[in-house]
Design a protein around this ligand. Structure first.
Ligand SMILES: [Fe+2]
Length: 584
C-alpha cells in the first residue's frame, strides 16, 4: 500500500567515518576559500572537541575566523543574535555547527540573521525564505539523537514570553553533515541514553504517523534495528566506536525519516513536559513513548508489529509458514486447509505489537540500570505533585505534532499518561551480557597518529622498508617484474618517495633525488601510509573516501597486488627490528 502523496529529498551530503573529521580537505574543497564561524558550546570546548574540529579544518581552504562557544542547552533569541553578530563582525561566509540539537539549531537560525539581518522573531514561521540563498552550512553532531543535521526545523526559546519559537526552512538542510563517532565518545551515559531514546522515538513516530511514506519507512526501520543493537552497548561501553557510530547513523536516518513523516503524540506530550516542567527532551520521550504506543496500538496494529520485529521481537506466523510449505512444497491441493490458521497469524501479530511495547518499557529500565536515567517524573524533578498537570495537557493539545498522530489525541488520555508517569513505581532492570549485542563484526581500527614526527624519520623508516621490499625473496621478484614507476606523496610530514622498477634494478628515491615523471602518483597522509602498510586499510575504499588521491595509470598498479600480503606481514616485523615497537 502507498500513501496518496509523498515527497522525498535530501540535498545534504552526509559523510560518515571514524576520524573522518581529519580528512576534510577534498570534502570541503567545493566551498572554496572561506572564513568560517564555528558555533559550539563551552562543554565541547572544554572536552577538546572544538579544537579537534579546528585542526580538522587546518589543511583545508576554510579558515575558522571566529568561534561562538556560548550556546546554552536551550538556545535563546539572545544567543542567536550574539552568534550572528560575531559572525558578521568577523566577515564570516560559512557556518560550522558543532554540538547537540541546541547548537545546530542556533547555527541554522544565525545563518538567516547573517544573511537577512533583522530580529530572530521576524523570521519565525515556515518557509518564509523563498529562494533566498543562505551561507554554506556544515553541521557536525556530537550527540546521537536529534537528527538536526538532516532536518528542516529549528527551535529557539523566547524566555521573556516563556515560549519556544519554531522555524522551518528548506535552507536549514546543511550542505554537509559530518558524522564522526569519535566526536560522540565523550557524551556521558545518561545523555547517550536520553538522546538515543529521542532517536528511537523519531523512528517509531515516523513509522506510524499519518504522513508515513515508503521512503521514510525504510529509514525508520533500519534506525530501529541499529538502536536495538547499539544503544545499551553505547551506554555500557562509551568508548565502543562501533556502537557510537551505529547510534550516530541511526539518529541521522531517523532524522531524515521524521523530517519527512513528522513526529506525533509522544513529541506533543514531551514538548509540553519540557516547556512546563523543564524535563529534558530525550528523557521525556523515553518515558512517554511506551504509553503512547499503547494508546495508538489498535490504530496501527500491523505497523507496531513491524516495529516489534525490527526490535527483534519476532513471533511465529504458523499459517503463513504452513501455507508456504504446502504451496511451494508441491502440496498445493492442501492449501485451503490452512486458511483457518490466518486467524492465528493475526493473533500472533497483535501479541508481537504488544510485546514491542514491553520491549521499550524494559529498555528504559535497563537504561536506568546502566546510566541512572529516571523512570518516573518525580525522579525527573517534578516535585509539586503535578500541580501543573492541566497546563501540561493544554500545552500538549496545542502542539503541532499532535496533528500527525495516527489516533486522535484526547486530552483525558494525555492527562492520564502524564499522571501515570508521575505515579509509576517501576524499577531499574539489570543488563545481561546477552543484552549487549555485538555491534557488527567489524573490528575497531587501531588509530595511528603522528607516527612520523618529521620528514627525516619518514625517509628513514619508509625508505628502509622499501629497500627491504626490494630484497625480500617473496616481494623482490614481482616488484622488479612490475616495471612500474610509482611515486608516493606524503603529507604530515611532507615527503615524496619514488619506487622506480623500470630499469635494470629497482631504485628507491627520496624527495628530489628522483628526476622525471612517475607513471602513477599516490598522495596520502603519512599516518595513512603507515596504516596501509600494516594492511589495515582497503585501497579501493581509501580511493573512494579520497584518503588516497591517485594520478596517472592507476590500473597498472594492480601489478603490485601480489606483493601486498607479504609486505603487510613484513612491515610490523621490520618496525620491531628497527626499534619502533610501539608503532608495530
Ligand atoms: Fe525529538
Amino acid at each position: 500500500m502507498l500513501p496518496d502523496y509523498f515527497e522525498f529529498s535530501l540535498p545534504t551530503r552526509v559523510i560518515y567515518g571514524v576520524g573522518v573529521i581529519d580528512q576534510l580537505r577534498d570534502t570541503v574543497a567545493p566551498y572554496g576559500r572561506r572564513r568560517a564561524l564555528l558555533v559550539t558550546d563551552a562543554v565541547l570546548v572544554q572536552a577538546g572537541l572544538a579544537e579537534r574540529v579546528r585542526s580538522g579544518f587546518q589543511n583545508t581552504a576554510i579558515e575558522i575566523a571566529a568561534t561562538f562557544d556560548q550556546v546554552p542547552p536551550n538556545s535563546t533569541i539572545q544567543t542567536v543574535e550574539d552568534c550572528a553578530g560575531l559572525g558578521r563582525e568577523h566577515g564570516c561566509d560559512l557556518i560550522i555547527g558543532l554540538g547537540g540539537g541546541s547548537v545546530l539549531d542556533t547555527a541554522k537560525v544565525a545563518n538567516i540573521l547573517m544573511v537577512k539581518g533583522g530580529r530572530v522573531q521576524e523570521h519565525m514561521g515556515a518557509y518564509l525564505l523563498g529562494q533566498t540563498k543562505l551561507l554554506p552550512l556544515v553541521l557536525i553532531p556530537t550527540t546521537a539523537g536529534t537528527g538536526s543535521e538532516v532536518t528542516k526545523v529549528a527551535v529557539i526559546a523566547d524566555p521573556e514570553h516563556d515560549v519556544k519559537l519554531p522555524f522551518a526552512e528548506t535552507q536549514f538542510l546543511p550542505d554537509l553533515a559530518i558524522l564522526d563517532p569519535e566526536l560522540t565518545r565523550t557524551m556521558p551515559p545518561k545523555l547517550t541514553a536520553a538522546t538515543g531514546m529521542d532517536a528511537l522515538t523519531h523512528a517509531i513516530e515516523a513509522y506510524v504517523d499519518k504522513e508515513w511514506s515508503p521512503a521514510s519507512d525504510g529509514l525508520a526501520l533500519q534506525a530501529i534495528r541499529l538502536i536495538r543493537d547499539n544503544l545499551l552497548l553505547a551506554c555500557a561501553q562509551p568508548d565502543n566506536l562501533q556502537a557510537r557510530g551505529a547510534m550516530l547513523v541511526a539518529s541521522c536516518l531517523a532524522g531524515v525519516a521524521f523530517s519527512h513523516s513528522m513526529v506525533g503524540m509522544v513529541h506533543g506530550i514531551s514538548h509540553a513536559l519540557g516547556g512546563v516542567y523543564h524535563i529534558p527532551h530525550g528523557l521525556a520521550n523515553a518515558l512517554v513513548l511506551p504509553e503512547v504506543m499503547a494508546y495508538n496500538l489498535e490504530s496501527r496494529l500491523d505497523r507496531y508489529a513491524d516495529i516489534a520485529e525490527a526490535l527483534g521481537v519476532v513471533f511465529p506466523r504458523p499459517g503463513a509458514a504452513l501455507g508456504n510449505l504446502l504451496r511451494y512444497g508441491g502440496l498445493s491441493f492442501a492449501v485451503p486447509l490452512v486458511k483457518p490458521l490466518a486467524g492465528l497469524d493475526r493473533w500472533f501479530r497483535r501479541q508481537a505489537a504488544k510485546a514491542g511495547i514491553s520491549y521499550i518499557r524494559n529498555l528504559n529500565r535497563q537504561l536506568a540500570h546502566l546510566t541512572g536515567m529516571p523512570l518516573n517524573l518525580r525522579d525527573a524533578g517534578v516535585n509539586d505533585d503535578l500541580a501543573k498537570l492541566e497546563q501540561v495537557a493544554d500545552t500538549a493539545m496545542t502542539d503541532g505534532s499532535m496533528l500527525y498522530n495516527p489516533r486522535e489525541p484526547e486530552r483525558d488520555a494525555v492527562a492520564r499518561i502524564v499522571r501515570n508517569l508521575y505515579d509509576t513505581t517501576v524499577t531499574p532492570l539489570p543488563v545481561t551480557p546477552a543484552d549487549l549485542r555485538p555491534a557488527g563484526a567489524a573490528v575497531e581500527a587501531r588509530e595511528f597518529r603522528n607516527v612520523f614526527p618529521d620528514s627525516e624519520t619518514l625517509y628513514r623508516v619508509l625508505g628502509g622498508f622499501f629497500e627491504r621490499l626490494k630484497v625480500d625473496p617473496q616481494i623482490g621478484g614481482p616488484l622488479k617484474n612490475s616495471r612500474l614507476c610509482v611515486q608516493f606523496a606524503f603529507e604530515n610530514p611532507t615527503a615524496t618517495m619514488t619506487i622506480d622498477a623500470r630499469g635494470e634494478e629497482v631504485r628507491i628515491y627520496r624527495g628530489a633525488e628522483f628526476v622525471g615523471q612517475p607513471e602513477v602518483t599516490m598522495s596520502m597522509s603519512a599516518d595513512f601510509a603507515h596504516a596501509f602498510w600494516h594492511g589495515r586499510v582497503n585501497l579501493i575504499s581509501a580511493l573512494t573516501r579520497r584518503q588516497v588521491i591517485a594520478k596517472g595509470n592507476v590500473p597498472k598498479t594492480l601489478k603490485l597486488l601480489p606483493i601486498l600480503k607479504p609486505a603487510y606481514a613484513l612491515y610490523p616485523r621490520y618496525l620491531a627490528e628497527i626499534g619502533m615497537k610501539e608503532a608495530a
